[in-house]
Structures are given as C-alpha cells and as structure tokens.
Design a protein around this ligand. Structure first.
Ligand code: 9MR
Length: 390
C-alpha cells in the first residue's frame, strides 16, 4: 500500500553527518520557554491552517506515575501555548470525564483548557459528544426507556455545547460510528443500538441549536484513504446534507504506524469530502513504530516516520478544505501508544523530554515551504539540515 513518493528525507543523525561542511547547528532547546518567538509550528503555518495539539489529561493518564499533564507540567503547557493554534481536550470533554452521574456535570478540567486556549489565542476542538467508548457506567449499565435515553443525550449536548457556545469553534460531534468494514456500530454504540441510526442526525441538530456558529464534524480512524469505512461516511454525509442536517466537517484521525504504511489515496479522499462543501481536518495524527521501551528508533524508522508526517501534512496543505492539522500528543511521555500497544511508541514529534525530533523539523519546514516564497526560506531555516538532505 505504501508508496515512497517523498524520498528526499533522511534521519536527523545521518543528515548531520552528511553536512559536516555546513554551519554549526545549534541544538534545539529542551523546553519551549527557550524557543525563539517565531521558531514554532504555529509561527510558520500558512494563513487558514490551524495547527493543533491534544491537551493531555484524563484517560490513560489516570493510571500513570506522573501527575495530570495539562494542569501540572509547566514546560509542557508552555509548549502547547507556543506550538499550537488549536487545542483538543484529549479526554476532558468525554462523557466519563464530564458526567460523574446523571445529575452532575464536572466542567473544571474542560473549563481549564478552554480558558488556557483563550489566553493563548487558540481555538478549541470539542471532543466528543456521541461515542461508543469512555461512557460512564451509570449510562452504559442504566435501565432507561428510549425516551429517557433520548432526553439524556439531548440534555448533554445542549448543556455542553451551550456552555461553550462561541468558545469552542469546532465540535467532533460523532466519533467512530462505523467499524472498519463500513457498518454502523449498531451494537457497541448505545445511542444507535437503543434509538436507531436517526439519532445521529438529531445529535448534529441539537449541537447546532446550542451553538449555531460551531463547525460540526464526524471523526474517525482508518478513514484516511479511499476504503469501505470512508465510503460509508461519504454516503451517510451525502444523505444527511440532502436532509438539511447541519454537518459541516469530516475529521480524519490519522493514527498511523511505520510498520503498516500509509494509504496514498489520502489526497483524493480529502478532496471528495471537500467537494461536498465540508471542511476537512486531520484530527489526531501520530506515527508509531515497533520499538522497545527506552530504545532509540533506527535511522530507517526515523526516515519512515518523517515521510509519514510529511505526507499527511502535505496532503492537508494541498487540499483547500483542510483547515486544521492536529497532532495527538506533544510528547512521547504522554502518548497513548505505549499504553495501548505493547512494544510500540515514539509516535509524536517530541521526545519524552520535550525535545524536538527530526519529525518536528520536517513538519516545521514543510509548513514554511507552503508560505509564499517559502521554499527558499525553508531551505535556509536553521533546522533544515537537521531533517533533510541538502
Ligand atoms: O488518547 C486517549 C487516551 O488517553 C485514552 O485512554 C483513550 C481511551 O479510549 O482515548 C485516547 O484518545 C482516542 C480518541 O479519543 C479517539 N480516537 C482514538 C484515540 C486514541 O485511542
């Protein structure tokens, strides 16, 4: 499946060795406070493209041996503030986080992210309102009539979207509603199972009523290329739009792995959703690899990871409907990957110590290249030789 259309990239260490005659390269600072003001992804992104990051907290972090990242780790917070123009709460707006009981909403953690984003001139992508996973036991195991369940969902969407109206610009309303074969998750998803597929349209209508300005997305993994699952979204969204349902966007999570390859039809897939009049987005990009805990990636793994990141970013940059490019993790320390896939990791562009990897440099110089006259500027960027052959 994978094609090597982009062959100019080499691993960072290799490039340093090859460029012995070039000016000395300053080592990147370990933490964001040391960054020059313009030396970030946010600073070099072209107009119209949001660069996003997940704000780590909740979920798998609850069982980790470190404190809650978003609220406790100052260098990490500085990095989020500096690098991104969009933040997605990794877990803090999911049902199990927001809803300790049927009668309660726990907004503190979500509020903290929205406040932080406003202080730093960032937008927020709300994630998520309608999902089969991370639902509280009182909901999944409760004994509710259809009318009660419908009311529970309506109240949740109205309350949460209404609370952040005007402050959360994008909502990933429905998450992962199809399986990889393109079938609706009629058993796993409580809402679809109990209330039928029509409830999907209601979720979008209720979100729109609560905040008419919010851009409302579907979101899923394994929908990057032209495949049955992406086809299922394409067909469903066409039907919903024909019925006047307020669907505005399609989010492609993009959890990739160097051992699996990437689907080269991503550009065509983005384009067809864009042609429906939708905004498209890369919502959760990471590129994992097979790697022992604490080991360094091989030069080939580095080169592959760089190529994957560049392919996805370039696909978004070249598609006018793609307005948002979000990384699912801004440090390997906080990545969900090692926690979920034993023997895999190194999936983000930052090390566990928040140092920039060569994948970071690839992203930064790819963004810079997309600026008017940017190719030449990218080639003279101080980090350029750290990730690319001359
Ligand atoms: O990164 C999230 C992790 O902290 C949680 O433990 C996990 C639980 O399912 O969810 C992770 O985020 C997922 C996201 O919400 C939806 N797409 C897949 C992401 C990775 O599993």
């Amino acid at each position: 499946m994978r094609t090597r259309t982009i062959s100019m990239l080499v691993g960072g260490a290799t490039a340093f060795a090859l460029l012995a005659g070039s000016p000395a390269l300053a080592a990147p600072p370990a933490h964001a406070p040391g960054l020059a003001a313009k030396d970030t992804l946010a600073a070099v992104a072209p107009d119209g493209l949001r660069i996003g990051g997940a704000a780590a907290g909740g979920g798998h972090h609850g069982a980790a041996d470190y404190p809650d990242p978003f609220t406790s780790d100052e260098p990490y917070r500085d990095l989020l503030a500096a690098e991104f123009t969009s933040l997605t709460p990794e877990n803090q707006m999911k049902w199990d986080h927001l809803r300790p009981s049927r009668d309660e909403f726990a907004f503190d953690d979500a509020d903290a992210i929205v406040d932080f984003a406003e202080e730093n001139g960032q937008i927020v992508r709300g994630h998520t309102l309608f999902w089969h996973s991370q639902n509280p036991a009182w909901l999944e195991d409760g004994d509710y009539s259809d009318a009660e369940l419908r009311e529970i969902l309506h109240e949740h969407i109205s309350t949460v979207v209404g609370r952040y109206a005007g402050r959360v610009a994008h909502w990933e309303v429905a998450n992962e509603i199809f399986d990889d074969a393109g079938n609706l998750r009629t058993e796993e998803n409580i809402w679809i199972r109990e209330l039928g597929p029509e409830i999907i349209a209601d979720a979008f209508r209720w979100a729109h009523e609560a905040d008419p300005e919010a851009v409302l997305f579907f979101n899923d993994y394994n929908v990057e290329g032209l495949n049955p699952k992406a086809d299922a979204y394409y067909a469903l969204i066409q039907d919903l739009l024909a019925d006047g349902v307020p669907v505005d966007g399609m989010g492609l999570q993009s959890h990739l792995g160097t051992m699996y390859g990437y689907d080269p039809t991503l550009p065509e897939n983005l384009a067809r959703f864009g042609a429906l009049g939708l905004e498209t987005a890369i919502t959760e990009l990471d590129v994992r690899m097979e790697i022992a805990d604490g080991a360094e990636p091989t030069p080939e793994q580095v080169a592959d990871q760089n190529e994957f990141f560049e392919f996805v970013l370039t696909s978004c940059l070249e598609e006018s409907s793609c307005g948002s490019f979000t990384l699912w993790g801004a440090s390997d320390l906080y990545s969900w990957v090692p926690n979920t896939f034993e023997g895999q990791g190194s999936a983000t562009p930052w090390t566990e110590d928040l140092e920039r990897k060569s994948a970071y440099c690839v992203l930064q110089t790819t963004l810079l290249s997309a600026q008017p006259g940017g190719e030449a500027r990218a080639a003279h960027h101080p980090a350029y030789a750290g990730c690319r052959a001359a």
